[in-house]
Write a protein that binds this ligand. Structure first.
Ligand SMILES: Cc1cc2nc3c(=O)[nH]c(=O)nc-3n(C[C@H](O)[C@H](O)[C@H](O)COP(=O)(O)OP(=O)(O)OC[C@H]3O[C@@H](n4cnc5c(N)ncnc54)[C@H](O)[C@@H]3O)c2cc1C
Length: 201
């Protein structure tokens, strides 16, 4: 939940086209209010990262495949309904708040506030939370999607470990930086303890 006066500028700059910002929020700038952000911290959809070519300086092809699994849309819809219930509580209404009712310009075919409307809204307005991970998954060597073993050593190559958020087998249901620091601390111990260093390849 954040206060409109501060939040809106950031939203306008980064994620929303000027036309959509104009339709949804422009007259709210400078007013007090709150927004409730709904976040799907454990989405079912999985993206893919592929090499573009054999040239290591070429950027990889990244396809996040957001909403590839429709269950992710349904989960966010449930979150929107929960946010509406929270926003309607007497404790918040006590401040004189009322919901902002604006039709997203790309969803005008759907009755406002219907499930179909919000599903359209989610598809047009959802954004990533800058918490990427899991592209270089740690796991059992016998599993197809495994890239590093449980000592973070890259399977199939010698003398290389991956130590960052990419090794998370599943995303943490929170902001990932603290967990990433813990992965790095653990890796430092694994690499410096003589018993582990010996078994390194
Ligand atoms: C805008 C934004 C806001 C965020 N806010 C939060 C927050 O509030 N709380 C939170 O917990 N998390 C937050 N995160 C997420 C968090 O920053 C990341 O999950 C975390 O930094 C991931 O760590 P990492 O080591 O995996 O990757 P990075 O931090 O991206 O580090 C990768 C490092 O590898 C280096 N590198 C890249 N390629 C190579 C290469 N080929 N050879 C050698 N080095 C290379 C890069 O220079 C970089 O230093 C945010 C992320 C963003 C983008």
């Amino acid at each position: 939940m954040g206060w409109v006066r501060h939040e809106l500028k950031a939203v306008r700059d980064e994620w929303i086209s000027p036309q959509v910002f104009e339709a949804l929020f422009s007259d709210l700038v400078g007013q007090d209010g709150f927004s409730i952000g709904v976040v799907d911290v454990l989405p079912n959809s999985r993206g893919v990262v592929r090499l573009k070519s054999r040239d290591p300086t070429d950027v990889p092809l990244i396809d996040p495949q957001y909403f590839e699994d429709p269950a992710d849309i349904k989960r966010l819809l449930k979150g929107i309904r929960a946010a509406q219930r929270i926003g309607a509580m007497a404790s918040l209404r006590g401040f004189g708040s009322k919901p902002v009712i604006r039709q997203h310009p790309s969803c005008s075919d759907f009755p406002f506030n219907s499930d179909a409307y919000w599903e359209c809204y989610i598809r047009h307005n959802a954004r990533p939370a800058s918490n990427f991970g899991g592209t270089c998954r740690m796991g059992s060597p016998s599993t197809n999607s495994t890239v590093v073993d449980t000592s973070l050593r890259l399977l199939g190559l010698q003398g290389i470990r991956v130590v960052d958020a990419s090794i998370m087998p599943t995303p943490v249901s929170a902001s990932p930086m603290a967990a990433t620091v813990m992965i790095a601390e653990k890796a430092a111990v694994m690499m410096t303890q003589p018993s582990n260093a010996k078994s390194d390849h």
